[in-house]
Design a binder for this molecule. Structure first.
Ligand code: SAH
Ligand code: SF4
Ligand code: F3S
Length: 473
């Protein structure tokens, strides 16, 4: 039985990691049966969700300042007789739920990342009670078993999509809030992941990034009743007709099993670009951070991966200024970066997170020292990244065309290494892969020319992609 639901508008603001992007799409899915359709701005919306991140810096302050802005919108709408449901989701909601309700009593719903399937019930409760509703327990049930089927890519018509396969973390690195905000590690069953991937491909998706805070710890239940590894899951995904590319992020060096290394050798669809955070190149710091491996373990792992897939490029995360980090420790990190040679890296100044072991540790590093180290590290990484991009010029590689370019007649796409690539070509190439030669390096992208033979417009690839119906301007 379907009941009539008046159309309502929903605006979701997403901060933080890719998993939050995925989660925001799933919250939109779960609210659709209640009549909610997307709104571009908060002032047009009957419901606003602020999906927050707690990983660094003044996360909570940023949330309160945004809530202040949303409060004004809510009050203006109320004066015009339009009620607004205001919800705070994500990792700050999980960590600071009670504080949010105390400091921002105009918030109607606070919900942690593991309770998104309960959102419709919370909306109903908030409407009935007229008071705030908070859900930040970690429920025994897995939300994925209760969420409606994902509708496809996070962007309408998107050619690339995120798919969460694993969530939470049991590693408890000294500096990190994730084990507290996302809870214990849990994997989705293989069948549910494959079904979602199939729907995504039918919706036009050609590249899927498997997500997890610790994605290579994946151990979902397989159809045979056993726990499947990430490598086994990707072997099954690689069989899906129409799925051209697979990626996964974020992985922990400790969980790079032999079968995962072999998957990089065996699966052409698995892109040769691996984000493998190491955080530091100093064994002393790695121990203090509770990372569970040494800098040389990391070097050896990279060697083994490169042996399996010689064109594999690496990206990483670094933290400078973790409590106790000396000049020598920092020098060891710089040495590791020089040894490996990264195509890309994200680096952060250590930021004490409430409730984590490192926040209370002695020998906190002075802010100026952290700033100086960060600058030095970023300069080196920038150099390596520029060199990697410059080395791409003249190479031929496969590009997945994802949309229209900025100039007429131009398409935009991404290389196997997640570089933005622009090339002139027919619009029907959007949603397909083609070989190009890289011509030039610009500041944040590459330009390229299509190499013959250009794929023909009639191919056996499923063409459900709505973008293909749309003309580039
Ligand atoms: N699961 C991933 C990391 C997720 S958080 C892993 O194991 O590496 C993304 C990145 O944010 C981390 O890799 C780390 O570099 C950075 N980060 C996390 N907590 C931080 C903190 N307290 N201060 C500074 N950077 C932090
Ligand atoms: Fe955080 Fe990653 Fe460490 Fe887990 S493995 S605690 S998510 S940094
Ligand atoms: Fe942020 Fe939570 Fe992701 S803290 S990085 S949104 S897991």
């Amino acid at each position: 039985m379907t009941s009539f639901q008046p159309e309502k508008r929903l605006h979701v603001i997403t901060w933080g990691c890719q998993m939050n992007v995925y989660d925001s799409a799933r919250m939109t899915d779960v609210l659709r049966p209640l009549g909610y359709r997307p709104a571009d701005t908060a002032d047009q919306a009957d419901m606003v969700i602020l999906n927050t991140c707690h990983i660094r810096d003044r996360a909570a302050e940023k949330v309160f300042s945004e809530l202040g802005r949303l409060r004004v919108i809510k009050e203006t709408r109320a004066a015009a007789g339009l009620p607004t449901v205001l919800a705070v989701a994500g990792c700050v909601a999980q960590a600071e739920g009670a504080e949010i309700l105390a400091r921002a009593p105009y918030v109607d719903i606070v919900l942690g990342p593991q309770t998104y399937h309960r959102l419709p019930e919370m909306v109903a409760r908030a409407a009935r009670a007229g008071g705030a509703v908070i859900e930040t327990d970690f429920p025994v049930e897995q939300k994925f078993d209760f969420l409606p089927d994902a509708t496809g890519p996070q962007l309408p018509g998107g050619v690339t999509a995120f798919l969460t396969v694993q969530e939470g973390c049991d590693k408890f690195c000294s500096f990190c809030v994730v084990p507290y905000t996302r809870g214990a590690e849990a994997s989705r069953p293989v069948a549910s992941v494959l079904a979602e991937a199939r729907r995504m491909v039918a919706g036009g998706v050609r590249e899927i990034s498997l997500l997890g805070q610790n994605v290579n710890a994946y151990h979902g239940e397989g159809p045979d009743g056993r726990a499947w590894s990430l490598a086994s899951l990707m072997r099954a995904l690689a069989e899906l007709p129409g799925l051209a590319r697979i990626r996964y992020t974020t992985s922990h060096p400790r969980d790079m099993g032999d079968d995962l290394i072999a998957a990089h050798r065996d699966l052409p669809a698995l892109m040769p670009f691996l984000h493998l955070p190491v955080q530091s190149g100093s064994d002393r710091m790695l121990a203090a951070m509770n990372r569970g491996h040494t800098a040389d373990d990391y070097r050896r792992l990279v060697d083994r991966l490169r042996a399996a897939r010689p064109d594999l490029a690496f990206s990483s995360d670094f933290i400078v200024g973790h409590p106790g980090e000396s000049d020598a420790d920092f020098a060891a990190t710089m040495a590791l970066i020089r040894d490996i040679g990264f195509a890309q890296a994200f680096s952060f100044k250590y930021s004490p997170r409430p409730g984590t072991p490192a926040a209370g540790a002695p020998l906190q590093v002075a802010a100026e020292v952290g700033d100086a180290r960060l600058q030095e590290l970023q300069a080196l990484v920038r150099q390596q990244q520029d060199r990697f991009n410059a080395d791409s010029v003249g190479r031929s590689m496969e590009v997945l065309f994802t949309g229209c370019g900025r100039k007429p007649g131009q398409l935009s796409g991404r290389s196997p290494y997640l570089q933005a690539v622009h090339a002139s070509g027919p619009e029907w190439l959007i949603g397909t892969t083609a070989m190009v030669q890289i011509d030039h390096m610009l500041t944040n992208s590459l330009t390229a020319s299509l190499l013959p033979p250009v794929p023909s417009p009639v191919s056996d690839m499923p063409r459900a992609n709505p973008l293909l119906e749309r003309a580039c301007a």
